[in-house]
Design a protein around this ligand. Structure first.
Ligand code: SF4
Length: 441
């Protein structure tokens, strides 16, 4: 029978008041939940956590003594609790402690422990696999970086349902990404309500990942994800100025040259009525600049036609934008009132027939653009990721195709390959959504 991995053992010293005791309980509970054992002495411990008190001089003295003893007996010590919040008294007394946090800091303590002793996954004991339970195929996975949204677009009730933006700590996101890659994921799809706003709520807090400081911010997260050696695709990006920073990463091949930007409209009047983020930026100019840096860039977007107050002129402006922007992939919906959305109160609703007629004109305009843009790929070499293999051929996706929403690459030949493998294909034919090609490597 296979042996189970050795369990990491943590020594724990809990000092201070009942509030500190509760903090200790939380940390101990989390340790046990993650499979760490608690060591009754210093000798057998792989490291020691000391929850300190900093209330009065005697308590400070007792805490410092406990830290000194643990360092002497064991050598690896993480300090938490009230003394940790009192300036740099711990670091001055003991510069070789591994980490110091304040009170009520279970997550920070666990992060420090993970860095020293990453949690072991034991397939014989754990109820869930290390990468968690996923509903996507084995070779791609969604990576959710935040929840909620700080905007108040008038057609949307997400902030009412999910609240304001709450970003996940970047080290947590990166650890999850690493686990997914180790479990066989070859494409990470970064999702949120507003990917560009990542970290605003925590003031771009610096966390530590694999011993390196990383800011909780889109560019820094993207750079770190780009080091994992898999496809990284960004969804729901709003064109704030700092989005310019990630285009060179795409040109260098660190991120997929793909941006999913829900523009929703192009008429400044309608964008204002929608209260869209980044509505005032000169989008066309930005797109031109991005394409100069990264000519391979695929732009996907979604739009709403028939928003209350949309005039013929607004709609024509939208069609002109499509012509100029030459987006690659586009979805479009007619405006439909969502219960509770503020846009429902806006004057001059557009009648249903006009909405449908505009939708059709929009789709016809964009279909011709998408078709033309895909046609330029005929004869080019593309890296594709295999989604499915059968007797008659292979279904794959290129860097320009997100799963479920974009097109596919059909390879109508028998090939010895598996889902999740990368292939090189030459493109032979295209339509407005999909491509056909043959394997060259
Ligand atoms: S549509 Fe607007 S309010 Fe709704 S989630 Fe997106 S950015 Fe936030």
């Amino acid at each position: 029978m296979a042996s189970t991995p050795a369990t990491h053992r943590i020594g724990f010293v809990s000092l201070g008041c009942p509030k500190a005791t509760v903090d200790s309980e939380h940390i101990l509970t989390q340790l046990r939940a993650e499979g760490y054992a608690i060591s009754p002495n210093y000798d057998e411990a792989d490291l020691v956590v000391i929850n300190t008190c900093g209330f009065i001089d005697d308590a400070i003295e007792e805490s410092l003594q406990a830290i000194g003893e643990a360092l002497h007996e064991n050598g690896k010590v993480i300090v938490t609790g009230c003394l940790g919040a009192k300036g740099d008294i711990v670091q001055r007394s003991y510069p070789n402690v591994l980490a110091v946090t304040g009170p009520h800091a279970t997550r920070e303590v666990m992060d420090a422990i993970h860095q020293q002793l990453p949690p072991e996954h034991d397939p014989f004991i754990d109820l869930v696999p290390a990468q968690g339970i996923r509903l996507t195929p084995r070779h791609y996975a969604y990576l959710k970086i935040s929840e909620g949204c700080n905007h108040r677009c008038t057609f949307c009730i997400i902030p009412d349902l999910r609240g304001d933006l709450v970003s996940r700590p970047v080290n947590e996101v990166l650890n999850e990404a690493e686990r997914l890659v180790e479990a066989g994921v070859r494409e990470l799809l970064v999702i949120s309500q507003d990917t560009s706003a990542y970290g605003v709520d925590v003031k771009y807090k610096t966390e530590f990942w694999n011993g390196m400081p990383v800011k909780t911010r889109m560019t820094e997260m993207c750079k770190a994800l780009g080091s994992l050696g898999v496809w990284v695709r960004l969804h729901y990006v709003y064109p704030y100025p700092h989005v310019d920073e990630i285009i060179p990463l795409m040109a260098e091949g660190k991120l997929l040259p793909y941006l999913d930007i829900p523009f929703q409209h192009a008429s400044p009047r309608i964008l204002k009525a929608m209260k869209r983020p980044a509505a005032s930026t000169n989008t066309l100019q930005r797109i031109r600049a991005w394409r100069e840096i990264c000519p391979e860039l695929t732009l996907r977007s979604t739009f709403i036609v028939g928003f209350p107050g949309e005039t013929k002129g607004d709609f024509e402006q939208l069609l002109d934008f499509l012509d100029e922007a030459q987006l690659d992939r586009v979805g479009c919906f007619t405006y439909s009132p969502v219960e509770g959305a503020r846009a429902n109160q806006l004057p001059n609703p557009v009648d249903e027939d006009t909405k449908q007629e505009r939708l059709q004109r929009f789709m016809e305009t964009q279909a011709a653009i998408s078709m033309q843009r895909l046609k330029r790929k005929i004869g080019t070499e593309q890296q594709v990721l295999v989604d499915a293999v059968s007797e008659s051929g292979v279904i794959a996706r290129s860097t320009a195709d997100a799963p479920d929403i974009d097109g596919l690459v059909y390879i109508e030949e028998h090939a010895e390959c598996q889902p999740g493998e990368f292939l090189k294909v030459r493109i032979d034919d295209t339509d407005e959504h999909d491509m056909w090609g043959h394997i060259i490597a």
